[in-house]
Design a protein. Sequence first.
Length: 171
Amino acid sequence: MRKYGYILLLVLAFAILQPTLLFSLGISIYMPDVVAVIVAAQAFTRSYRLGASIAVIAGLFVDLLAPNAGTLGVSSLAYLVVAVLIHRYVRAPHDSPWKPVLAAAAAPGLAVMVRAIVLLLTNQPAAFSQLPAYLGSQLISGLIFAAFLVPVIDLLDRPLYRDSLPLRVGA
């Protein structure tokens, strides 16, 4: 638990802060999905099974803690897709420091698209007319949070997790 405790605490903190802080500020429409950035940052350097486990647990935290989240398990599925695609196509180590940051920045947008597809397939009400604006806000906020979170998670991760891959070549 010591190896992964900080990630679970980080996910839990952002799963609580995302909806509560933004709803208290009156910014409830475009809530940035910071947890997707954390899931993506873990999927770069972790094994396939561990990255998927973190994604599912993070999704359950978000679904249980966020008000008006919709169907239970949608965030788990979205984060699982993010973790699988990141692990498959953007595996560490990277030759550029921007590749992991940009991939993690795209993770909230991918999670929004997966949620929209699930809502469409299950015939649940959704505001699909606001999807482009919501997707754009997720990509912008994802870039802001990824620029800070990916390097910090990489620095914290290496001493704690012996089998972690370095995020960059020569790092």
